[in-house]
Design a protein around this ligand. Sequence first.
Ligand code: Q46
Ligand code: ZN
Ligand code: ZN
Length: 309
Amino acid sequence: MSMICHRCDQRAVIRLWQHRLQLCSEHYIEWFIKYTAQTIERYHMLNQGERIIVAVSGGKDSLAIWDVLQRLGYSADGLYINLGISKDGDYSHHSLQHAQAFACQHNLSLQVVDLIDQYGAGIPELSSRRHRSQKPCSTCGLVKRHIMNEAAQKGDYDALVTGHNLDDEVSVLFSNTLSWDMEMISRQSPVLPAGLGFTRKLKPLCRFSERETTAYALVNGIQYIEEECPFAEGASMLYYKGILNQMEEQQRGLKLRFYSDFLKVRKMGQLPSHNYKDATGGDVTLCPQCGQPTSSGNLCSFCRLMNTP
Ligand code: Q46
Ligand code: ZN
Ligand code: ZN
């Protein structure tokens, strides 16, 4: 027996257990946009008229949030960082094509920062400068955070948006809880306010599971890169996502509850407040080389990496 939409008599394309809803494609799109608007409002993320820069990877999540923001009437430009990753195929090239195609179809502006062109090296090479044997993800994170913030600051944007979804957020929370990393736990939030040299950071998709963002991209016909970055394989976050999905199978709504309850605890002030200090409590200053914020007291980690031969 086919499922019928709860809002009309069309065939439902998705069932949302935790919301006790099943919806057709038209009503799913409408619900997804409305629920994003509620998240934006609930966490006081944006005011109308503010200028936004969206970090776009060519994947389903970042293209979905870019799509929703422009439908909600926000002025949102895109930023694509070409990481120079071509192991087992040409991941960066393909993801850039998807980001450019989306921008072109929707008449949106996309800024491209190419690591190899601008800094002479892609992520694999930069990573091997720091540590020869480890996976490049920590270097990649550092580089992306730096470039995103720099682009947001230089472009004088009010907010920087990323496409992190609920699965991303709960796997990070789960990992940090396993190691009781209170500094990282207290930092995790749907909104990181602006600070000296930092643009406000937002994650408006934080209450949608990966299944829900994928469904949004599919029903809208958004073409996105389906292949994972080749370095994602074997990453601990993927392993935690798998475990959390197994738990979700047994207890529907567990991921959203885990995350929502964490945010309630945070709101009640039961976590140390995060105000752009480093783990040792060091204050933030501006890097003498690039002008970006750092808690090192001297060159920021990005500049130190770039200065390493
Ligand atoms: S892009 Fe970069 Fe991810 Fe690839 S190297 Fe790792 S962190 S897996 S989101
Ligand atoms: Zn319907
Ligand atoms: Zn610097």
